[in-house]
Design a protein around this ligand. Sequence first.
Ligand SMILES: Nc1nc2c(c(=O)[nH]1)N[C@H]1C(S)=C(S)[C@@H](COP(=O)(O)OP(=O)(O)OC[C@H]3O[C@@H](n4cnc5c(N)ncnc54)[C@H](O)[C@@H]3O)O[C@H]1N2
Ligand code: MOO
Length: 401
Amino acid sequence: MPRSVLAHREAVVELLSGLPGARGSERVPLPEALGRALAVDVHAPLDLPPFPNSQMDGYAVRSADIPDGGAELRVAAPVPAGAAPEPLQPGDAAPIMTGAMIPDGADAVVPIEKAQPDTFPAPGAETRVTLPATEPGSFVRDAGSDIARGALALAAGTVLGPAQLGLLAALGLTAAEVRRPLRVLLVTTGDEVVEPGQELRPGKIYDSNGILLETAMTQAGLAVLRTGISDDAPAALLRLLRGHADSVDLIVTTGGVSKGAYEVVRQAMDGQPVEFLSVAMQPGGPQGIGTFDGVPFLGFPGNPVSCLVSFEMFLRPALAAVLGAPALRPAPLARLAEPLASPAGKHQVRRGALQAGGTVRLVGGAGSHLMHALALSDVLVQVPADVTELPAGAEVEVWML
Ligand SMILES: Nc1nc2c(c(=O)[nH]1)N[C@H]1C(S)=C(S)[C@@H](COP(=O)(O)OP(=O)(O)OC[C@H]3O[C@@H](n4cnc5c(N)ncnc54)[C@H](O)[C@@H]3O)O[C@H]1N2
Ligand code: MOO
């Protein structure tokens, strides 16, 4: 009886829950912190914005100076962005640029479009401007209105993307304290598999799983160690694993887990507490799970789509559950652009492309060798195990890659 997707995901969570959750932290410059998880809460060291500033190019005014019908005011010295302005005298309007500091005494900005004349006078010219009445606070971005000094800016565990790094920079920070990543040993296997760039002899194929999983894991915040491809000799794979097992937190292999005559991973795991089983999922059915010399081990199937689907369905969500990062894939509902059929009793994961208007088009068939179709997809279409047919227009959950 195959194991359900949910039960296998729980088994992977269980396997990882023994991992050192806190591997310590390190301080890295912001560009290097992309995709890493914050190790500590970050509180704002200053107000954002740091000072009240103008949201528009226009005139800084005292709103009380302008009655309902509008008023003609004397034009004061202009306030460019970056300058610390003189206080605004009663009855004056100071030309002010977007982002420039609101002068003391001013409490509103009238956009230049509402002024007469509606262009700024030449600097130094003695002129007057007619402005309409305005509410106090109009077009003024108050100090601390984005975040106040001392407030929690980002919580520990937050994965740092461009927006989070932009915030840290806005707060004047140049580095972040991030968690040390989990170290993963990734070994692809197969006598037929050769490194891209080498000669492709008859019967051989290039290793796509290596870069596929290495980068997927890197994006998920793991530090990946690659050893090169293992051939189908169990002794060779054992040498590779033993050579590195004590310096990693997790071992992942691809291939050699199904029912063939030369299943190198199965053979190498002989005597280790590793189970090889079938998950009711397609692709990604054959799976290995356990520990190798005490190190958590996952054996993904060799087909490229199968190994990526295994990563997305089991390892990535388990990392989210155990470490709080990476964030789970967004999983909205989308309407199928076409009908689909799915094997009874198996959770099917199809590859798809989201269309405008919330529909999803299937890309390629169900085959787990379809690397090109995977490369043209942006979602995994989830078809539950109890579903065998869906008409066009049916709602499906899609995981956004
Ligand atoms: N009699 C049965 N045969 C198979 C079964 C089964 O239940 N009974 N399951 C099938 C399913 S489903 C899958 S998935 C595969 C899993 O096989 P393995 O994990 O043992 O993987 P391999 O046999 O080594 O390779 C499968 C396939 O993937 C290609 N491959 C392997 N590594 C790479 C790589 N690094 N880059 C690109 N492609 C790779 C390999 O050449 C094979 O075509 O077993 C089915 N068979
Ligand atoms: O389960 Mo295999 O991963 O379909 O091709």
